[in-house]
Design a protein around this ligand. Sequence first.
Ligand code: AHR
Length: 659
Amino acid sequence: MKTQRIFAALSLLVGVYATPLAAQQPLNFTVRTSDIKTAVSPNMWGIFFEDINLSADGGIYAELVKNRSFEFSAPLMGWSIPKEVAGNGQILIVNRQEEHPSNPRFARITVPDTRSFELVNEGFRGMGIKAGEQYNFSLNARQQAATPVKLTITLLDETGKAIGSTTVSPAGNNWQSYKASFTATATAAKAKLKITCSGPGVIDADMISLFPQHTWKERGNGLRADLVQLLADLHPGFLRFPGGCIVEGRELVNRYQWKKTVGDVNDREVIMNRWNNEFAHRATPDYFQSFGLGFFEYFQLSEDIGASPLPILNCGMACQFNSAEVVAVNELDPYIQDALDLIEFANGDVNTTWGALRAKMGHPAPFHLKMLGVGNEQWGPQYVERYTIFAKAIKEKYPDIKLINSLGPNPDGDKFTFLNDTLRKLNADILDEHYYSSPQWFLSNAARYDNYDRKGPKIFAGEYAAHSKGVGNGNNKNSWEAALSEAAFMTGLERNTDVVVMASYAPLLAHVDGWQWTPDLIWFDNLRSYGTPNYYVQKLYGNHKGTAVVSMLKDNQPVTGQDSVYASAVVDQASGELILKIVNAAATPKPVSIAIQGVKGLANGRLITLSSNDLQALNSLDQPTSISPKEQSMVFKGKSIQTEVAPWSFYVIRAEMNR
Ligand code: AHR
């Protein structure tokens, strides 16, 4: 029989199991390809970016020098003076707050004679340097004495050996920018940068910077190409930025203020990252925000990877886990003005104040901002009070901008219920639900949205991840068990995309030596990066999202865990393909028989499997694709698909439909 041929091919791919197929009754599913339930939301499936776990500075932002402008609380953090040259000169940190409030400090280096003084920067857990690649050094400098100090720039590998060098000869007593490029002669994962100051003389230095030439799109002040490529490969429907709790700050003074992150990088005020001291067990005292990756770069990144931009703004409330600080309601205006100005920055004509800045930064065309988050993970009546004022002002001026509202940190309970009830009465646009819960929670909640109100606000599943050990526990892993449970849950998001219009796993990125929070979608060190099993789940959904949801039923019910199987179906109306997603969360194989209605027959297709026989299995820097999709071409015949879904597996089946 034709279908047996297909089954045989699938068996070869997924292995032969102890339980013979004949011994098990198949689960019978029906897919009604003409029964279009809804269009797939164009913003499915998105990504959530927050500068946590060294995601920005030390991560995707390709700057290699830590504390380049001496603005960390301890101004020489990240810098050291080798003992053997300590007596050859002197360094002072000068503060010119009044003259340059956004970047007040610089280093004054005095070298009294012809000996050399040295400064060494340790990078962010070292600097990742690649043999044969070009590196671009720059600094702002001015001379203060009659004889100029000459600078020799040297990259050192872990043993102290020089692996690249250049010289810079600043001249004159006015601040100027100097640049020099060189090629690295060897690869090092934890290199350092040495600056040798040859005297005699006195030199002032600021914004001491080293970037690889090769960044995403080869941009200066650019992003790490390998990390952006991983994001682009997800084909994300939106990019949420800049977080997360970082929007709120531990206190209002450290909230994210987008206006301080745009324009010349020299003028972007450095502040402490709120994750610096959040977790005592993962204290990160050298975690600050340079904002070299600021709002312009976030918009540009969104555009580059085809994602709709979704900025989230502070609504006058600091992080409620840390402090009860809120701005007085009668002093909310500057916060609201920031929101209105942001819309102008993104979409405004180049003749407007903020549109002109966007053009000056190199992007005269609008960024097509369509949605905006008001507050991150806020809760309580104080949030509603502030949101209401925000919404009135924004909707009056920009009625087409959709607003995203917080529903608090949990998917149920008092905080959730209060906001859910209240914001629905206020006709909110989109409600942001967060769930950091156990894998079991994700499996049990695959039907969460099947009976949600269809007429009320839409849902943004804005932050989610399966946590086996509990939230805030550093032992959470990106295990296959966690990823599989998310894949199962996401069948429910896909089936209900008329209500759930956006979804994003969180957090996105983590440095293996500098993280605060686990699990995370993508891990990296200074040279390498890899997608977790959870990443590949997201990627399969993003790359096979289809255009319209069709019904996939078992006994006339959605497939939400009957016999540990979860499933959903979409069609791609442009390519004429049916796309099935099936999760087997059990330790035993599941034979399934899928009747396809509304077609004359099926033709060519593909089977893509993501699977492991170990629920605790992980990917790693050394084995980055241990758990990753395996794809096989298929020839389907007739109007049904028979297969056996391997234990603990996620299958995507694509089949051309003859109609
Ligand atoms: O994703 C990590 C944190 O979890 C986010 O910053 C916050 O919004 C949530 O509590």
